[in-house]
Design a protein around this ligand. Structure first.
Ligand SMILES: [Zn+2]
Length: 154
């Protein structure tokens, strides 16, 4: 068995929470609580719910983060994230599919390499901001299981 390596990329907290064309932010619809999508369209973000037709749009530059929260919201509309579950007595959450994959790579890796190009706070890497419990080896099996559960909900 070869030890899996985690090579830190340039993903930071702003970039990971920004929806892309094929990877929207998944949220709870504020009206019906079903799975809804936040997408970026030019300089606008749009929240839309396929279940009830709820729609909302606003300028993408207005963002608020609650990184320390148990469920820190989508950063644009302040709605709850769809990908949230309890894990090891903590809250495991992700904005989107690539965030889940990022966490999976990070947690499953035995060796973690820091990206030396990331220095400033503004660009502070996502890995450096992950909570301690996510980095604890004893939590690894539980966390990977929870990530699997969340992936099935994407
Ligand atoms: Zn809805």
């Amino acid at each position: 068995m070869t030890a899996k390596r985690f090579q830190e990329n340039n993903e930071d907290r702003i970039s990971i929470s920004t929806p892309t064309d094929n990877d929207p932010t998944l949220v709870h619809c504020p009206k019906c609580q079903s799975k809804a999508f936040v997408i970026l369209y030019h300089d606008e973000v749009r929240l839309s719910c396929p279940s009830c037709g709820y729609n909302q749009a606003k300028l993408a530059e207005q963002r608020t983060f609650y990184w320390g929260a148990e469920n820190p919201a989508d950063s644009y509309f302040g709605v709850d994230l769809w990908l949230q579950t309890d894990c090891a007595g903590q809250s495991l959450w992700a904005f989107n599919r690539r965030h889940l994959e990022y966490l999976e790579d990070f947690v499953s890796a035995k060796h973690r390499q820091r990206n030396p190009n990331i220095e400033t706070w503004q660009n502070s890497s996502l890995a450096s901001r992950l909570p301690k419990w996510l980095k604890a080896a004893k939590n690894r099996p539980q966390i990977l299981k929870a990530i699997e559960v969340l992936k099935s909900r994407v």
